[in-house]
Design a protein around this ligand. Structure first.
Ligand SMILES: C[S@@+](CC[C@H](N)C(=O)[O-])C[C@H]1O[C@@H](n2cnc3c(N)ncnc32)[C@H](O)[C@@H]1O
Length: 283
């Protein structure tokens, strides 16, 4: 192998890897993601051309990103992108970075509407649009309302829908179910904020960069879930389903809330890591 020149792709990656090592879970991968972003090339390009030199401007931009990553800023906020359900999504500091475990919510939601033609669905707290757009990508006959209390998040979600060519998604500024029509939806899905507002994790490494509105919900973490359980009853058609994501220790509390609001056919699902993650219930 030829020796790498200073300012080559390979040399820059090695520098970044050393810089990030011990600070992030996969320094090699993250260094590649950041350099691929700066150079606007696929990661495979970096592996194929380690000896190529990069311009001083690109090098400076890369080093700046690596330093910000070292200080804790999530990679997705540095690149402005995150993949969810194999869809490339734009994210911003106003949106949660979609989590892999939320794909469980999408899987469960899709199962609930398998036999239903042209389902009418609401995704409450849509953020980047992750859940609504994943469902829309699988069910082109569905009509979706994606709502959020953050106008900035909604703008990102709308941009994602346009880039992905999913015109059956509409967007609305709503406070949970407030403003939803009565008995209008076959399915309401939501991944609401569910962390206790006093949880110290909110101030640690990456979470501190995400919007508080997307993460925490009152002292118990259950405030948003309670709001949705209350409001969804009237917004769902008779026989309609509510599917909601929750924290891994919240299953019992969520089921109690659903029972209190007289939902039936309550069921619970685990994510790929084996954690209780999603509850469904029918009106
Ligand atoms: C956990 S994030 C989920 C984002 C996205 N659905 C996802 O799974 O990546 C919760 C979302 O709820 C939104 N939200 C918070 N309070 C809300 C409210 N009162 N009404 C509607 N949306 C709200 C936040 O802005 C945030 O986008």
């Amino acid at each position: 192998m030829t020796a790498l020149q200073q300012n080559s792709i390979g040399d820059s990656l090695q520098w970044a890897q050393r810089h990030l090592s011990g600070q992030v879970s996969d320094a090699r991968l993250e260094a590649q993601l950041l350099l691929a972003h700066v150079l606007q090339v696929p990661r495979t390009h970096l592996l194929a051309w380690p000896e190529k030199t990069i311009t001083p401007a690109s090098l400076a931009a890369f080093r700046q990103l690596v330093r910000r990553r070292r200080s804790g800023v999530p990679v997705a906020y540095l690149t402005g992108h995150k993949e969810f359900w194999s869809l490339p999504l734009k994210v911003s500091s106003a949106t949660l970075i979609p989590r892999p475990e939320t794909e469980t919510l999408v899987e469960v939601a899709l199962q609930l509407i398998t036999d239903l033609p042209r389902p009418v669905i609401a995704d409450l707290g849509t953020g980047s649009g992750a859940v609504a757009l994943a469902i829309a990508s699988e069910r082109t006959d569905a009509w979706l309302l994606a709502a959020d209390l953050s106008m900035t998040a909604l703008q990102t979600a709308r941009t994602n829908a346009r880039h992905l060519g999913l015109p059956q998604c509409r967007f609305a500024l709503l406070d949970w179910c407030g403003g939803l029509a009565t008995q209008a939806f076959d399915l309401i899905v939501t991944n609401p904020p569910y962390i206790e507002s006093t949880d110290p994790a909110l101030r640690q490494r990456e979470l501190r960069f995400e919007p508080a509105l997307a993460l925490s919900s009152g002292k118990t973490g259950l405030h948003a879930i309670e709001q949705v359980c209350t409001g969804a009853r009237t917004a769902l058609k008779p026989g309609g389903w509510l599917a909601l994501e929750h924290g891994w220790q919240q299953k019992t509390a969520v089921i109690a809330c659903l029972e209190e609001h007289n939902y039936r056919n309550i069921n619970s699902f685990r994510d790929f890591a084996g954690h209780d993650r999603v509850c469904i219930a029918q009106v």
